[in-house]
Design a protein around this ligand. Structure first.
Ligand code: COA
Ligand code: AMP
Length: 631
């Protein structure tokens, strides 16, 4: 079947389409139907009984794949390599799940996982799934405060962490961050399980912390516990407009049905093949395509602890593809730009034998045509940009490589996938003509595997996604659809920015800056960055009479963002201005400041309170080196 036929088949009979996809999953009790018109936006396979861990692990052992590698851990940072077969994975996960159960963790309990890129991170996720506990993985680049916010929001019963993570040239000390987070949180988890890595052995807190190995010693392994199709599988926090992150909920059955469908139809992966997503388990890409997707498909997944460059050189992607015979490779455009910057002719990667490689997928941020073309030129395989979000859990738009490779249009992440009726709307909620920019929305209901609500925040869910355009899900992205039905994603419509493929909230950073005693008012904007796509830039108005030198205030707020949000915010600079440009109703004109900082033409907004402020801002930005070409 072609893409067109597949999409038409879904349009004609969504129930039949998803029930057919559901037949590829092992059910303890099959669902009576696919869609349930319940909850704020509908639910999928709600009356089926199923276990995600069984489908990702045990069933492959039963089917004779026990000796096949499920996970390959390759760490150029520690210069180590380790494989875990499906049988080993089942036994390790059952053991950890049994130990969690013995400590009273059961169905519906929340468990936070704060771990770097090691196989044990996936094992912890799967152990929770096995007993119906709801995991919430927190990215290792977040600071203690962010961890504390998540502990409180999901009221975690337990935390599974590692003693440390490893960044090039730097050990990330997880344990002190964990201790600080628990101290700061109002809710106290009952216990922690700590994986001691040889690079750093952390001091355990007696009575609260357990060593990963001794914790499991002598316990009865746990079997898979069937859960309802609409049982929350995990919560993943993502950036919104404020400092309070949104807890995206993923229901179990829709998640595994949809991911399983994507592995074959979008990524073209069958059981026994090797799939590599070079992301992190702390992001949605890690949940869907390092952990669950490839394992549901019976493929081998790669857990990569390294960077595109510097570990040790820009050839590392090639080394991994060659040595592990990777068929499909998924990364972020930033990573490619990093390689291109250090090795413009791609000689390091091309030095390896890449004949296993059949496609490269890009996501996480807009893939600029120059980056896509560079990969096409050097690797000679389809390079597929695809667009999705933490909220959807799988691609909204892609080029369905597993069905057929449609002609690639540079600058476009492709066409809508079955399940998504993508509509571009104007401010009044009316569809715009083809080629016209507008808010990108998806007509409800969303397909299986997408978010049914936010954790403990149904009203926020409705307000953030369902209210602006009744009957549609608001993606928060702006873009257009061309005459051939290809989508183009151009910008966010909110204050979320994308730094090196990491989604960050400028609102959260502003909350931190505003807490500095010398800061009267502030704004954070995302300016264009040639490597990371965007970079945050702070604008600070100081309180009258402040005698602290500007440079000191800037240095202190940079330190505060690193300390409160984490190094991942990559907040490195701010400039002091007298006033911020605002509308007459007091809204800060961030988008206009972005244009000034990027050196782009802009129209003075009609609603501006005092147009003269824009000249002051331009002068202050020029003095700080923006736009870079003017500096
Ligand atoms: N744990 C702790 N710290 C982390 C971290 C983690 N898991 N990930 C990143 N950080 C830190 C980095 O060490 C860096 O710290 P520093 O300020 O001390 O240097 C900081 O967060 C910013 O990281 P990053 O924005 O990633 O910049 P970088 O200069 O370290 O690396 C790239 C640049 C392009 C190599 C890197 O961003 C990259 O590989 N990007 C691809 C991103 C990706 O795959 N995203 C997933 C979306 S699909
Ligand atoms: P996250 O939830 O972290 O996956 O970030 C999702 C957001 O990243 C989207 O809403 C977009 O703004 C942006 N994004 C992700 N992939 C793409 C893409 N292929 N093209 C353009 N923007 C993208």
């Amino acid at each position: 079947m072609s893409y067109r036929d597949t999409y038409a088949a879904w349009q004609a009979d969504p129930e039949g389409f998803w029930m057919e996809a559901a037949r590829k999953i092992d059910w303890d009790q099959p669902p009576s139907r696919a869609f349930f018109d319940q909850g704020p936006a509908g639910e999928w396979f709600a009356d089926g009984m199923v276990n995600a861990c069984w489908n990702a692990v045990d069933r492959h052992v039963e089917a004779g794949r026990g000796d096949q590698l499920a996970i390959i851990h390759d760490s150029p940072i520690t210069r180590s390599y380790r494989g875990v077969t499906y049988r080993e994975l089942r036994d390790r996960v059952a053991s950890l799940a049994g130990a969690l159960r013995a400590k009273g963790v059961g169905k519906g309990d929340r468990v936070i996982i704060y771990m770097p890129m090691v196989p044990e991170a996936l094992e912890a996720m799967l152990a929770c799934s096995r007993i119906g506990a709801i995991h919430s993985v927190v990215f290792g680049g977040f600071a203690a405060h962010e961890l504390a916010v998540r502990i409180d929001d999901c009221t975690a019963k337990a935390i599974i962490a590692a003693s440390c993570g490893l960044e090039p040239g730097r050990v990330v000390h997880y344990k002190p961050l964990l201790d600080r987070a628990i101290e700061e949180a109002k809710h106290k988890p009952e216990f922690c399980v700590i994986l001691q890595r040889e690079q750093e052995v952390a001091k355990l807190t007696p009575g609260r912390d357990h060593d990963w190995h001794s914790f499991q010693y002598g316990v009865e392994p746990a079997e898979c516990v069937p859960v309802e199709g609409n049982h929350p599988h995990y919560i993943l926090y993502t950036s919104g407009t404020t400092g309070q992150p949104k807890g995206v909920v993923r229901h179990t059955a829709g998640h595994i049905v949809a991911l399983n469908w994507t592995m074959k139809n979008i990524y073209g992966i069958d059981a026994g093949e090797v799939f590599w997503a070079a992301s992190d388990v702390g992001w949605v890409v890690g949940h869907s395509y390092i952990c669950y997707g490839p394992l549901l498909a019976g493929a081998t997944t790669i857990v990569f602890e390294g960077k595109p460059v510097g570990t040790p050189d820009p050839g590392i992607f090639g080394r991994i593809i060659q040595n592990h015979r990777v068929k499909v490779f998924f990364t972020a455009p930033t990573a490619i730009r990093a390689v291109k910057r250090e090795d413009p002719d791609c000689t390091y990667i091309r030095d390896y034998n890449l004949k296993s490689l059949k496609a490269v997928f890009l996501a996480g941020e807009r893939a600029d045509p120059a980056t896509v073309q560079w990969v096409e030129r050097h690797l000679d395989v389809p390079v597929i940009d695809h667009w999705w979000q933490t909220e959807t859990g799988w691609p909204i738009a892609a080029n369905p490589f597993g069905i057929e490779t449609l002609p690639v249009k540079h600058g476009s992440p492709g066409v809508p996938m079955p399940g998504y009726d993508v509509q571009v709307l104007d401010e009044g909620g009316q569809p715009v003509p083809r080629g016209t920019l507008g808010a990108v929305t998806v007509k409800l209901p969303l397909p299986p595997g997408t978010l049914p609500t936010l954790w403990n925040a149904e009203e926020r869910f409705r307000k953030a996604y369902l209210t602006t355009f009744p009957g549609y899900y608001e993606t928060g992205d702006a873009g257009y659809i061309d005459e051939d039905g290809y989508l183009y994603i151009m910008a966010r419509t909110d204050d979320v920015i994308n730094v090196a493929g990491h989604r960050l909230s400028t609102g959260a950073m502003e909350e931190v800056l505003a807490a500095h005693p010398a800061v009267a008012e502030c704004a954070v904007i995302g300016v264009t960055d040639s490597l990371k796509g965007q970079a945050p830039l702070g604008l600070l108005c100081l309180k009258k009479g402040t005698d602290m030198p500007n440079a000191q205030v800037v240095a202190e707020v940079v330190g505060m963002v690193r300390d409160r949000i984490g190094p991942v915010a990559a907040f490195r600079t701010a400039c002091v201005v007298d006033r911020l440009p605002k509308t007459r109703s007091g809204k800060i004109l961030r988008a206009t400041m972005v244009k000034i900082a990027d050196g782009e033409a802009f129209k003075t907004p009609a609603t501006i309170d005092d147009p003269a402020i824009l000249d002051e801002i331009a002068m202050a930005l020029r003095a700080a080196g923006y736009p870079p070409s003017v500096a």
